[in-house]
Design a protein around this ligand. Structure first.
Ligand SMILES: *[C@@H]1O[C@H](CO)[C@@H](O)[C@H](O)[C@H]1NC(C)=O
Ligand SMILES: *[C@@H]1O[C@H](CO)[C@@H](O)[C@H](O)[C@H]1NC(C)=O
Length: 433
């Protein structure tokens, strides 16, 4: 198996070097079955043409195709996107842009922190999921608020204390750490506060189950009360107007405060606590070891409240790859935590486009689009596959073909029995190099 694959690559490489088309379809065994009705696909490999380990000016040239840039050339951006500047020859047709670096998002700077977002305006393909990257200094508060989308979060650094009250008047308070999750159903009011566990405070990723979500249009406690007649506020709480002399005249959004005390508990609640916790300690879960990396999967089967968001936290070693697969009905919003990757989105009707990603970038993969995630760097790739669904699911190309009658697979792909015997009846998830 391995020998066969290597010899194919060598043939293809040789063909590349000598600038002649690879002798594709060349079978070293009884591979080809019957007469093909269409020519064989090219055997030329399409490796990314450069990476950050080599220092030169990238040009839009792949083999005999393309020519160097004579006009202005934004070299740093070109270097980050080798597969856009000199795409694989397997790319074709149209696929909407599926990359957004948070570094290109407009940032909102406040005393105590900042917030930057990506929604359907930044990346029109991302119709069903939006994201926010937020930073709070120790003690700083993202004020009490609510919104129409559900909110899922992954803590990137530091520790966060969150509070919430549900429609049954049951409350919740928890403190969680880097690598842990929270989830608030739509409309449930909540607060976020960085603790002083890390003297620098905390940073986290927020994910919303609607691509049109806008962090600027959430419902804030202070914004609301600044827009209700004072005597109505007083009547509501059955107090004198003077009790509300100090409410702010406009929203706070993010503001500095004292860090929460270590022993802070939820207020005693006659209705009791929420039945299912709004947090999940993903950092405590042992990852599943795979050939080329690791995976941890969390959805509503274990994190019960998380009804619209499921996640796989995946690591992929250098040279390894999250296998070719798709998600039957679920859009995927991918966040890159560490390393370098490339993904080709296959959109049917011959449409395919390859994108490169760095830590801090977002990818979006519409439901059913075939894709892989390859580590193209020299360090471990770590990412979050965030799906808009209650249950994480995918279909593995490898497993699908292993579980289909071999004659059928041969009739389509002209592969040998030996190749078919090498397919995996269990999902590899992350294959080695
Ligand atoms: C997303 O939000 C928009 C605007 O608030 C709303 O019209 C739309 O129905 C929402 N989509 C989903 C799937 O909830
Ligand atoms: C970077 O590119 C060089 C030249 O193409 C290649 O030899 C090397 O393997 C690449 N490194 C990685 C980590 O892909």
């Amino acid at each position: 198996m391995v020998r066969l694959a290597t010899s194919h690559i060598l043939l293809a490489l040789a063909a590349c070097v000598y600038g002649v088309p690879a002798p594709t379809g060349t079978s070293t065994s009884s591979a080809a079955q019957g007469n093909p009705t269409v020519p064989y696909a090219s055997g030329n490999p399409n490796y990314p043409l450069w990476n950050d380990t080599i220092d030169y000016t990238p040009e839009p040239i792949r083999g005999k195709l393309g020519a160097n840039i004579l006009g202005p050339h934004n070299v740093p951006i070109a270097k980050e996107n080798p597969d856009l500047l000199a795409p694989p020859t397997t790319d074709n047709g149209n696929v909407m842009n599926a990359k957004w670096p948070f570094a290109l998002s407009h940032n909102l700077l406040k005393t105590g922190g900042w917030a930057r977002q990506q929604n359907v305006n930044e990346m029109p393909i991302a119709k069903e999921i939006a994201g926010v990257n937020m930073r709070l200094e120790a003690g700083a508060i993202r004020e009490l608020h609510w919104h129409t989308s559900a909110e899922w979060s992954y803590v990137l650094k530091g520790s966060m204390q969150i509070t919430a009250v549900n429609p049954d008047g049951q409350n919740y308070l928890a403190t969680i750490n880097a690598g842990d999750l929270w989830y608030f159903p739509p409309g449930v009011p909540h607060s976020l506060q960085a603790t002083a566990d890390d003297p620098e405070g905390a940073e986290f990723l927020l994910v919303f189950d609607n691509g049109t979500f806008n962090e600027g249009s959430t419902f804030l406690l202070t914004d609301w009360l600044a827009h209700v007649p004072k005597e109505v506020i007083a009547k509501n709480f059955q107090m004198p107007i003077s009790a509300f002399d100090h409410i702010p005249e406009h929203e706070l959004y993010i503001f500095p405060s004292n860090p929460p005390p270590d022993n802070r508990q939820a207020v005693e609640d006659p209705q009791g606590q929420v039945p299912d916790p709004y947090t999940y300690r993903l950092s405590q879960v042992q990852p599943r070891q795979l050939e080329g990396g690791t995976v941890k999967i969390v959805d509503s089967t274990t994190f019960k409240v998380s009804k619209t968001i499921a996640v796989a936290e995946v690591t992929v070693e250098p040279g390894a790859m999250r296998e070719l697969h798709w998600h039957p009905n679920e859009p995927e919003w991918t966040f890159f935590l560490e390393g370098n990757a490339r993904i080709t989105l296959f959109a049917a009707e011959g449409n395919a486009r390859t994108f490169d990603y760095q830590a801090g970038d977002i990818a979006y993969i519409p439901p059913a689009y075939g894709h892989y995630i390859e580590n193209t760097g020299s360090s471990t790739l770590k990412l979050l596959e965030i799906l808009r669904t209650d249950r994480f699911q995918d279909i593995s190309l490898n497993q699908w073909l292993a579980l289909t009658p071999p004659e059928l697979v041969k009739a389509h792909l002209g592969v040998s029995d030996e190749t078919i015997a090498g397919f995996s009846k269990t999902k590899p998830i992350v294959v080695g190099h």
